[in-house]
Design a protein around this ligand. Structure first.
Ligand SMILES: C[S@@+](CC[C@H](N)C(=O)[O-])C[C@H]1O[C@@H](n2cnc3c(N)ncnc32)[C@H](O)[C@@H]1O
Length: 268
């Protein structure tokens, strides 16, 4: 299968990604000729194999994916793993968490699988996305621990949600790709992954509006312990400014595998 990895690399796919995709194909399909055909299709259409197969892996579990949701990223594994480590410090009978922009449900599902005493609300903007996340929670036997809801964070329902329950943790990997960075994305991402997940609403020119909405509402109406965000390294100084402006001075930034600032934890 080394040849197939090379074919992907020659076609411009990063080595790590190429190895991961071939390993997914090999684990799913036994027929080598079929794998070769799928690799050709993948190269021609620049479509990630996860969308071809309709499934992807996050940490150590499998989820279904379709073009309504982002393919899970290794950076999001870092966010989730670090959050789990930090939650261990809060010894309390039950942890109540909110996952904003749940997509395929990966963050909520991982928290539910790995933290025994957690109850999670997970929101996203469209019914089809929430239906898929619910299905993934069922496939991973954690549906009892997650309450999935359709909720647009710019609508009143989000304010009501924050007031309705005391959340210990709010976690989010929001749409954060700036408008002018969207054209620089590789074809696999800009042709196939959903714009609503990458960049979000039209108003999100700077990549900041989701963070701003969440931080301002947390300040206004929510008494949480930990706020955990995945971030674009390009936004770090704007995010620090936003946090300080809202009175949040105790925060920590964690780097990803490429040594780029990727996770932001705010201790409240
Ligand atoms: C970067 S993706 C993250 C998906 C998943 N949590 C992950 O880490 O792979 C951002 C998610 O936010 C959702 N989203 C976009 N705008 C939203 C809004 N106004 N309210 C709620 N969710 C929104 C998108 O549909 C998408 O699923």
């Amino acid at each position: 299968m080394k040849n197939l990895i090379n074919e992907l690399i020659v076609a411009g796919i990063e080595e790590n990604e190429a190895k991961k995709e071939i390993s997914i194909l090999e684990s799913e399909i036994k027929d080598k000729e079929k794998i070769k055909l799928l690799v050709k299709e993948r190269i021609k259409k620049r479509i990630p194999v996860q969308y071809i197969l309709g499934k992807a892996y996050f940490m150590d579990f499998e989820v279904k994916v379709n073009k309504k949701v982002l393919i899970p990223r290794p950076e999001t594994e870092i966010l989730t793993e670090e959050t789990i480590k930090k939650l261990q410090k809060y010894a309390q009978p039950e942890i109540v968490a909110l996952d904003i922009g749940t997509g395929s449900g990966i963050i909520a599902i991982a928290l539910a699988k790995l933290i025994p005493n957690i109850q999670i609300t997970a929101i996203d903007i469209e019914k089809e996305i929430i239906d898929l996340a619910c299905e993934n929670a069922r496939l991973n036997y954690v549906e009892d621990k997650i309450d999935f809801k359709i909720c647009d964070i710019f609508s009143k329902c989000f304010e009501k949600l924050l007031q309705s329950r005391k959340f210990d943790l709010i976690i989010s990997n929001p749409p954060y790709v700036k408008l002018n960075e969207m054209q620089k994305l590789k074809p696999e991402i800009c042709l196939h992954e959903p714009k609503i997940a990458l960049h979000g609403s039209k108003e999100n020119k700077t990549g900041l509006i989701y963070y701003k909405r969440i931080v301002e509402l947390v300040k206004k109406c929510c008494d949480i312990k930990l706020l955990a965000f995945e971030i674009d390294p390009l936004l770090v100084s704007d995010l620090k400014f936003l946090l300080r402006k809202n009175g949040f001075n105790n925060f920590e930034i964690i780097k990803d595998y490429a040594k780029l600032d990727r996770c932001l934890f705010v201790y409240i």
